[in-house]
Write a protein that binds this ligand. Structure first.
Ligand SMILES: C[S@@+](CC[C@H](N)C(=O)[O-])C[C@H]1O[C@@H](n2cnc3c(N)ncnc32)[C@H](O)[C@@H]1O
Ligand SMILES: [Zn+2]
Length: 269
């Protein structure tokens, strides 16, 4: 991790700014070490990824994270099975996130629960040689997923600052990001309002939050095909959690993407 990454973060215990703990000199990238806040809370950096998980996760979330750690290496293959089953090209659909990205100037973007990093690869497919104007961050609670996304970004020569953290207490500065993307985790989170509140907090005034997760459109859930999908995987019966959209969110819009099998909620700060 480097200094711009450090400056975007905050202490997960007290919210104060962080500093590298120790003499790193002119070294620009720290692979192993510690960071410390103004009040002395210490966090580790492992394999270039700072870890700022606090408070400890509950049993329900821990169970999911154990599963994600376990499936991380095969996750992309597993998700590909959705393509044929749902009649979509997920990677292509992820490119639609680029519609929310300003066409010029520097942009701070975070993928919350980045998983194996597919959204940023899709962004790269769209913006190609413009990627240097994006300051990209990714956070996840699964170290297995972070390891896979890190390797993928190195392979694709994409610079992304990765952080080990939880969506219920995102270790980033308030109002830092212009774009916050989250795909695929919300339905199973134990605290949906808490997660959405945190996504809004880290967004800059006027910035955009895009949340996508399994959930059939009202039309599709009435079709035979829709009923089959919901029977095979109950996650697809989820409805967009509109009652949990934080107070203070503006211009809330719900649409259905991926052949009407995922809801997409977009709102502004
Ligand atoms: C279905 S995967 C989606 C990954 C990726 N966003 C995508 O679209 O392919 C859900 C992700 O949420 C992460 N996750 C689960 N609980 C979390 C939490 N409390 N905080 C942050 N990430 C979490 C998992 O580790 C996993 O990477
Ligand atoms: Zn602190």
């Amino acid at each position: 991790m480097n200094e711009p990454h450090l400056n975007a973060l905050k202490c997960s215990k007290c919210g104060k700014k962080l500093l590298f703990n120790g003499a790193f000199g002119a070294q620009s990238e720290v692979e192993e070490g510690e960071i410390v806040c103004e009040r002395g809370h210490i966090w580790s950096i492992n394999d270039g990824i700072p870890s700022l998980v606090h408070p400890p996760i509950n049993e329900k979330d821990a169970k999911w994270i154990a599963e994600y750690d376990e499936m991380a290496d095969n996750y992309d293959e597993l998700v590909k099975q959705y393509d044929e089953w749902l009649g979509v090209d997920m990677m292509k659909e992820r490119e639609n996130f680029s519609h929310f990205v300003p066409n010029e100037g520097p942009v701070n973007i975070i993928d919350v629960s980045i998983g194996t990093g597919a959204n940023f690869i899709a962004l790269q497919n769209q913006f190609k040689n413009q990627m240097s104007r994006f300051n990209l961050h990714g956070m996840d609670l699964s170290t297995g997923m972070l390891k896979v996304s890190k390797a993928k970004f190195i392979e694709n020569k994409l610079s992304v600052s990765l952080t080990h953290g939880s969506v219920y207490n995102i270790p980033y500065q308030t109002s830092f990001f212009d774009i916050v993307v989250h795909s695929g985790g919300l339905n199973t989170f134990s605290d949906i309002p808490g997660a959405l509140n945190e996504m809004l907090r880290i967004t800059h005034s006027g910035g955009t939050i895009i949340v996508v997760d399994e959930g059939l459109s009202p039309r599709k859930r009435e079709t035979e095909e829709g009923k089959e999908i919901m029977k095979a995987n109950t996650l697809f019966a989820a409805r967009p959690p509109l009652k949990h959209i934080p107070v203070g969110a503006k211009d809330v819009e719900v649409t259905y993407v991926m052949n009407e099998t995922f809801y997409q909620i977009v709102f502004k700060k």
